[in-house]
Design a protein around this ligand. Structure first.
Ligand code: FAD
Length: 397
């Protein structure tokens, strides 16, 4: 049986950043990553919006606030050093009418307190200069928000890890964990392995890995699909960078927006609707056991009770393209249904607790021989190096 000092479950951006940092900290230890898919970054990392967030939105004192801005700087430095293309195209958050100005001003203060450099409140004429097709009464301009290809970044982390003897086992799904006398026995579809220490970076399945370790976490992952469209070539000229509405402060999602991608496409969306499968990228993908798990968790029903109005309106917008277009027209009035093509989706791992509360922050827990990233929502990709740095500061083996 192969024996490792540290085994990391999950070949997404957080898993690979962690693997790379673990190897720097423990160059003599044997370290492996298990990924159930045939390639890295297949799930959240490979289906995300590709934004290098600056860190404007996050509650002061949250880990998101602490990790995002420094994480974005670490990430940009890594890209510079390893020749990975990124672009600081900037982001404009737009107050569409007077009623949103107060929230926009609060965001400006919060962003500054979170250490984000370069933020500016802008008036209508400056909005026009930055994004000529956008209509709004006031804007918050973040010139240090950017875009990147997170699959390429994950692959770059992996290459460095492997070049220093790190092992990546693809097509290797962790099925169960048993406690041996000194080690953990990891049962996988490729046979048994043993490990002294386990780090759980399994994204949409992180709660299940924690349960395999018999940890009583009281947190479950509920999958939410974020659906988007791509703008047609003639509509792309209406967007220079990233254009967002003022978000609802009570929800972890940012509202439908326009996102320039590093491949020069522009996406419009995403909304946030409950998915019926943890890896359900199509509207009607259903996984009965995922659904059963959600429906038998009391926290799920409490979440439904607290958020049913927003949930219904997001579902309605998911089924009604006209409504989707209306939300986008709030930012760019000239956008029409004919400009939206190639629908796609990503699935977010939304952690909820037993009281139905949507966990907004990163959530990391420990046991004597394991560390679990139970929740790494956006800006998890931006913060990946900072999350890995933090995990290493907690790890003492
Ligand atoms: C729609 C969407 C848009 C987003 N936009 C942004 C953005 O613009 N900027 C940003 O910073 N963040 C964004 N995020 C958040 C970001 O993508 C995540 O924080 C980040 O990708 C989390 O990485 P991860 O490695 O934890 O998870 P994942 O990328 O999901 O990786 C987990 C991996 O674990 C593997 N795995 C699971 N179970 C097992 C098992 N039993 N055995 C072996 N392997 C297993 C999975 O196959 C998967 O590859 C977005 C997320 C979504 C969904």
């Amino acid at each position: 049986m192969n024996d490792f000092d540290i085994t990391i479950i999950g070949g997404g951006i957080v898993g690979l950043a962690t693997a790379m940092y673990a190897q720097n900290k423990y160059p003599k230890k044997s370290i492996a990553v298990f990924e159930k898919e045939s390639s890295l970054a297949k799930h959240q990392t490979g289906n995300n919006s590709g934004v290098i967030h600056a860190g404007i939105y996050y509650q002061p004192d949250s880990q998101k606030a602490k990790f995002c801005w420094p994480g974005s700087l670490l990430l940009r430095k890594f890209c510079d050093e390893h020749n990975i293309e990124y672009e600081l195209c900037g982001k404009l958050i737009v107050a569409s009418d007077e009623s949103e100005i107060n929230s926009l001003d609060n965001l400006f203060e919060r962003g500054k307190n979170n250490g984000v450099n370069g933020l500016q409140l802008v008036d209508e004429s400056k909005i026009n200069e930055i994004e000529p097709y956008v209509r709004g009464v006031k804007g918050l301009w973040s010139p240090n928000t950017g875009i990147v290809d997170y699959i390429k970044l994950t692959e770059a982390y992996a290459k460095i890890f492997q070049s220093k003897d790190g092992q990546i086992y693809k097509n290797t799904k962790l099925l169960n964990i048993l406690s041996g006398t000194t080690n953990l026995i990891l049962e996988t579809n490729k046979g048994d392995f043993s490990a002294k220490y386990l780090i759980n970076c399994a994204g949409l399945h992180a709660d299940r890995i924690a349960q395999m370790m018999k940890l009583d976490t009281d947190v479950r992952i509920v999958p939410f699909r974020g659906e988007y469209f791509t703008l047609t070539d003639d509509a792309k000229k209406m967007v220079n960078g990233l254009i967002y509405p003022v978000p609802d402060p009570d929800l972890p999602f940012l509202g439908v927006h326009f996102t320039k991608r590093i491949n020069n496409e522009v996406e419009a969306g995403p909304n946030a609707v409950m998915a019926y499968s943890r890896e359900g990228y199509k509207k009607f993908d259903i996984n009965p056991s995922d659904l059963f798990e959600s429906f038998t968790y009391l926290g799920f029903w409490k979440m439904v009770k607290n958020n049913w109005k927003t949930g219904l309106s997001e579902q309605y917008r998911s089924l009604n393209k006209f409504k989707f277009v209306q939300s986008l027209q709030k930012l760019i009035p000239e956008i029409k249904s004919k400009h939206l093509t190639n629908p796609g989706a990503g699935v977010r791992a939304q952690a909820i607790d037993k009281n139905g509360k949507l966990l907004q922050d990163f959530s990391i827990i420990h046991s004597s021989n394991s560390l679990h990233i139970l929740s790494a929502p956006s800006p998890g990709a931006t913060s990946s190096l900072k999350i890995a740095e933090h995990l290493m500061s907690e790890l003492n083996i």
